[in-house]
Design a protein around this ligand. Sequence first.
Ligand SMILES: *Cc1c(COP(=O)(O)O)cnc(C)c1O
Length: 494
Amino acid sequence: MKNKTISTLTAETLDPTDWENLRQLGHQMVDDMVQFLQTIGEQPVWRKPSEAAKQHLQADLPQAPQDLTDVYADFKKHVLPFYNGNIHPRFWGWVKGTGSMQSALAEMLAATMNPNVSLGDQGAIYVDKQVIEWCKQMMRYPAGASGMLVSGASMANATALLVARNAFDAGVRREGLQGRASQWVVYASTETHSCIPRAVEMLGLGTDALHQIRVDENYALDMKHLRERIAEDEAAGLLPFCVVANAGTVNTGATDPLEEMVAFCREKGLWLHVDGAFGALAGLLPEYESSLKWISRADSIAFDLHKWMYLPYGVGCVLVRDGDTHRRAFEYSASYLMQHERGIPAGPEGQSNYGLELSRDFKALKVWMSLKEHGIDKFRRLIRQNIQQAGYLAERIAQMPDLQLMAPAPLNIVCFRYNPGSLNPEELNALNKEILMQLHESGIAAPSYTVLQGSYCLRAAITNHRTTTADLEVLIEAVLKIGEKAARLEAAEV
Ligand SMILES: *Cc1c(COP(=O)(O)O)cnc(C)c1O
């Protein structure tokens, strides 16, 4: 009876029945992707997803098999043409990176090895740890610092704030927040990215525990207001424990007064965390050293590698200056995760001691390969190039009577608008929103937008290694042309 069962077991697998066929299809995919990326500049920045594509992407769970060649054809028809745009030389929306073909190949290598980069004596862990060491060197952090690669700066910021909270009161890990946290306060400027209030929510403190500090005319945190607010809160019996500084705000690229914040937080015994999602990388440039070297004095730093290191999504990094404090915030032991003297579990310390994730992908490989291929100096030059391009754009805007610079552009972000001079504030906002939508729909260029002091602005955030000066000229010309036409239409309607 037993033997009979065994003899009738099937031997199915997901591996292909015809490896040679798969190899050919794989080669085709590489050829297609190289062609796609090599010629992306000739394509529109963006295409609206077709109705057919949207319909295809609402089909029910597949029951029957389909040839992989056909699945790939579906991808080429319904997904690939409707790229987000950030791979294109004329994309400067939000803060997005561009990626590269080399890194796409690295992703294939990582996915083929498919390691779980959590623990074990395996190559991928050593790569992961080496990349963290390189990140520490980039940020001039001391040898005793620790870090973790995560999905992006949102997770990196949240991880750092969890460390800050657990460092403030170690009892919270066992006893929770009940009865102890109602007076804890985190501080950050009004220009701080939305992921910070979300992280404070996740800490269990609620967004009321995030006290927002005014900014000055350069959109940097007002140090005087921070001091006053903290003094007031202390007098009222509240317990400040953490200050978040911005190195490069998302709206305008402003940097908070880091040197003063470092000194103040030291004096008060407050945890200083820096959200340097993209701006921290400018610290690699000697010309930004004087302002950004203070990042290395912060207790923790969050930054992205998928923005200004031009890597594919999703990879960000959190660093904590004192590795022991970092470990104490997350360390856990479980019988099935113990380190051994030999065998696979003899590897280095598991990464789960430094964050919330256990199973982790091999995102470190694309970082490792890219840094080895290009060397850090290449990234310095590319970051500098983007900053100079922003300076060029700001200058050209200042020269144009119908264009108006809307904020200082200290880094790589330029906020501006079309302003023919004859319109009221509401009309100007509507006109510039219309210009933005037409830029996207025409596929000419893709800045994004923000609202500064009630004014709708076009916003170019340049973290793009494919952009040239000519691309910026295309943007200026298109804004003027669309603006004139839209303003004429608006005037005709009135
Ligand atoms: C992009 C950004 C974030 C969030 O990072 P993600 O990688 O999108 O999670 C946080 N802060 C700033 C300043 C950013 O620009």
